[in-house]
Design a protein around this ligand. Structure first.
Ligand code: NAD
Length: 552
C-alpha cells in the first residue's frame, strides 16, 4: 500500500507487495519515479530539486511514461529524450528497460540562454542529475558527501571533529538542506542562511534543521553559545546570503568553515539577488531575464568577495559544487578560484579508488529492510571505518524521506558484493521486497565537470566528456536496468556531462547477473579513468583487485 505524504498529499509514497506493472523491474522504476516526486521540492510542477531539475518534461510526458512502465514487457526498452518518452522498442530481457538522454545540447549551443529558449518551446528539460533519472532520495542523497567533506576538514585543521567550530553556509534546498544535519553530525555549530522561509521550515519539519533564528543577532548569539559549550547545533536564518555574509565579515567575525549551496549555478531560476523577494524573481523570469541575470551576478560578486575575505582571515572556505566561483569570476572577481572545489580539495583520493556515493532504496516501503541492510553492511565491512562510522551515525540521525533509503560511500567490488547479498535476502524473503541500487552521478567514471568533479585533474583531462559516455555504453552492455546520459541545463548548460545507472535486486538469478556486471564494470571504469589521469591510488586498486586496465 502507498503511504500518505503529509507534505505533498497528491504524491503518496509508494510501497507494498502489489504490482501494477508486468514485473518487478518495471514496477521498481515506476516506484522510483513516484518517489522522486513524493520527496521533491515542487512536485506539482514536476520539480525535484536544484531549481529546475525535473522528473519528466511535462504532465502528458509523465502520464505516457507511467503508462509505458505499467504496460511494457521485460524484453522492451523505453526510450526517453529529455523527460519525454519517444519510443518503446523490442530489445531483449537482458537489455536496459529504460534508456535516457537528458539535456544534451551540441557544444557551441550549450548556453543558459539557448537552454531557456528550448525549454520555453517545450523541446527539452533538465534532469538535474538524479531528478530526471528517478534516483533522488531526498536530502539524504548528498548528506554523506557533505559529512565526509566536513570530516576531512576536521581531520586536517581541527584535530578530528568540528565541536566548538562555527560553520557558515547558505541554501536549504533539495540538496543544500543536508548541510545542517551533516554539520551537526560532525559536531559543529552550523548557521544556514536561506532567502525562502518555506525552505527553512521544511528542513526543520523533516528533522534536518533544529532551530530557525528570528534575526542575525539572535542567530549569532545561539551559535556563539554552542561554540563555547562545544555543542553541536544547527540554526537556520531567513535572509539573503549576499547581505548576511558581508555583514558577518563587517562585524569582524570569522567562521571556522565557510561554504555555500544556494542555486548559484542558475542566475534566472536559482539564485535570488539581494533586495528581491522570491516572488519578485518569479515575476521577472519570463520578461526580465537579462535584468535578473545581471542582478544575480552582482549579488554573487558580493557573496564571493565575503567568502574570500573570510578565507584571507584564516577560515577554511570551499565551493560545494554550485558554480558560485565561476559566476563570480564572470562578474569580475578575478581571484574567485582561490577558493578550492570540494572534490579536488578533500575527496579525490576516494574517487581515484572509485569510492563514492552508492545508494539503495527499499521498494517495499518498509524501514525494516533498510535496517537489515545496515546490519549487513556492518557484518560485511567491519574494518571499513568510513562505512561503519557512517552507518552508526546515519541510523541515529537521518530521518527517512519517501521510500526508505540509505547511501554509503563504497568502492570497487564492495558495491557488487553488497548488492548480490541483498539480492539473496530478497530471494529468501528476509527482506520484504526488492531493492533498487543506484549511485550519484558525481562518481568516479560517471562525470566530466571541469568546475566541479574534474577540476585540476593531474593530466589536465578536466573537460574530456568521453568517460561518462563510455560509462553509459558500458552499463547498457552490462545489463543495467536504467541508464542515462545527462548534461547540464539552465546555468549548468555547457558545464558538464554525466552518466547515471539503476539496477534492481528482485531476488532472481537474472538480477544477480545484472548487479554483478553493471556494478562491477561501473566502478572498474571509474578506477581506470583515474589511472589514465595518473593517480597512484588507482594503480594500487587495479593491482589489488585485478581490474582489466589496458596500459598504453
Ligand atoms: P534548490 O534550488 O533546491 O535550493 C537552493 C536554495 O538556495 C533555495 O532554498 C533558495 O531559496 C536558496 N537561495 C537562492 N538564492 C539565495 C540567496 N541569495 N541567499 C540565500 N538563499 C538563497 O537547490 P539544491 O538542490 O539545494 O542545490 C543547490 C546547489 O548545490 C545547486 O547549484 C546544485 O547544483 C548544487 N549541488 C551540489 C552538489 C554536490 O555534489 N556538492 C550536489 C547537489 C547539488
Amino acid at each position: 500500500m502507498p503511504k500518505a505524504n503529509p507534505r505533498h498529499p497528491g504524491f503518496p509514497i509508494p510501497g507494498g507487495p502489489e504490482l501494477r506493472a508486468k514485473g518487478w523491474r518495471q514496477e521498481a522504476l515506476l516506484r522510483l519515479l513516484e518517489n522522486v516526486l513524493s520527496v521533491g521540492e515542487d512536485p506539482d510542477n514536476l520539480i525535484v530539486y536544484a531549481a529546475l531539475g525535473k522528473a519528466a518534461r511535462n504532465w502528458p510526458a509523465h502520464r505516457a511514461i507511467v503508462k509505458a512502465l505499467t504496460e511494457m514487457d521485460e524484453d522492451q526498452t523505453l526510450i526517453i529524450q529529455s523527460g519525454k518518452p519517444v519510443g518503446l522498442l523490442k530489445t531483449h530481457a537482458k537489455a536496459p528497460l529504460v534508456i535516457m538522454a537528458n539535456c544534451n545540447i551540441v557544444g557551441q549551443w550549450a548556453k543558459a540562454e539557448v537552454f531557456y529558449e528550448l525549454q520555453r518551446k517545450g523541446l527539452i528539460c533538465w534532469g538535474g542529475l538524479t531528478a530526471g533519472a528517478w534516483q533522488y532520495i531526498g536530502s539524504q542523497g548528498v548528506i554523506q558527501g557533505t559529512y565526509e567533506i566536513f570530516m576531512r576538514i576536521a581531520e586536517r585543521r581541527f584535530g578530528g571533529d568540528l565541536s566548538g567550530r562555527f560553520v557558515l553556509t547558505a541554501g536549504l534546498g533539495g540538496m543544500g538542506g543536508a548541510q545542517p544535519l551533516a554539520g551537526r553530525m560532525a559536531g559543529a555549530a552550523i548557521l544556514c542562511v536561506d532567502i525562502d522561509a518555506e525552505r527553512a521550515k521544511k528542513r526543520r519539519e523533516i528533522g534536518y534543521l533544529q532551530e530557525i533564528a528570528p534575526d542575525l543577532d539572535t542567530a549569532l548569539t545561539m551559535i556563539n553559545a554552542a561554540v563555547k559549550d562545544k555543542r553541536a547545533l544547527s540554526v537556520g536564518l531567513v535572509g539573503n546570503a549576499a547581505e548576511i555574509y558581508p555583514e558577518i565579515a563587517r562585524r569582524g567575525i570569522v567562521p571556522d568553515v565557510v561554504t555555500d549551496q544556494t542555486s548559484a549555478h542558475d542566475l534566472v531560476y536559482g539564485y535570488v539577488p539581494k533586495g528581491m523577494t522570491v516572488d519578485q524573481v518569479k515575476s521577472l523570469r519570463d520578461d526580465g531575464q537579462g535584468q535578473l541575470m545581471a542582478a544575480s551576478r552582482a549579488s554573487i560578486v558580493e557573496h564571493v568577495k565575503a567568502m574570500l575575505d573570510f578565507q584571507r582571515q584564516g577560515a577554511e572556505v570551499f565551493d560545494n559544487g554550485n558554480l558560485i566561483r565561476t559566476q563570480a569570476r564572470d562578474g569580475g572577481v578575478t581571484n574567485a578560484f582561490d577558493i578550492p572545489i570540494f572534490t579536488e580539495a578533500y575527496l579525490r583520493p576516494l574517487f581515484a579508488r572509485a569510492i563514492g556515493p552508492f545508494r539503495w532504496m527499499a521498494l517495499s516501503g518498509e524501514e525494516s529492510d533498510i535496517a537489515r541492510i545496515d546490519d549487513l553492511l556492518l557484518e560485511m565491512f567491519p574494518d571499513n571505518k568510513i562505512v561503519t562510522n557512517w552507518i552508526r551515525l546515519a541510523r541515529e540521525h537521518i530521518p527517512f524521506e519517501g521510500l526508505p533509503a540509505r547511501i554509503a560511500w563504497l568502492g570497487h567490488g564492495e558495491r557488487t558484493a553488497l548488492a548480490r547479498r541483498v539480492n539473496e535476502l530478497v530471494a529468501s524473503g528476509e527482506l520484504k521486497g526488492p531493492v533498487a541500487f543506484s549511485r550519484d552521478h558525481l562518481d568516479a567514471g560517471a562525470m566530466a565537470h571541469p568546475n566541479i568533479m574534474t577540476e585540476r585533474m593531474k593530466d589536465g583531462s578536466d573537460a574530456i566528456a568521453d568517460w561518462p559516455l563510455l560509462d553509459a555504453m558500458l552499463l547498457c552492455s552490462s545489463m543495467a536496468d536504467l541508464v542515462v546520459v545527462h548534461s547540464g541545463g539552465g546555468g549548468y548548460a555547457g558545464y558538464m556531462t554525466s552518466c547515471g545507472v539503476t539496477v534492481v535486486a528482485d531476488g532472481t538469478p537474472d538480477a544477480d547477473e545484472r548487479l554483478d556486471h553493471a556494478l562491477t564494470n561501473d566502478t572498474a571504469l571509474g578506477v581506470i579513468r583515474y589511472a589514465d589521469a595518473g593517480y597512484d591510488e588507482s594503480f594500487e586498486e587495479i593491482e589489488a583487485k585485478g581490474i582489466g586496465h589496458v596500459k598504453v
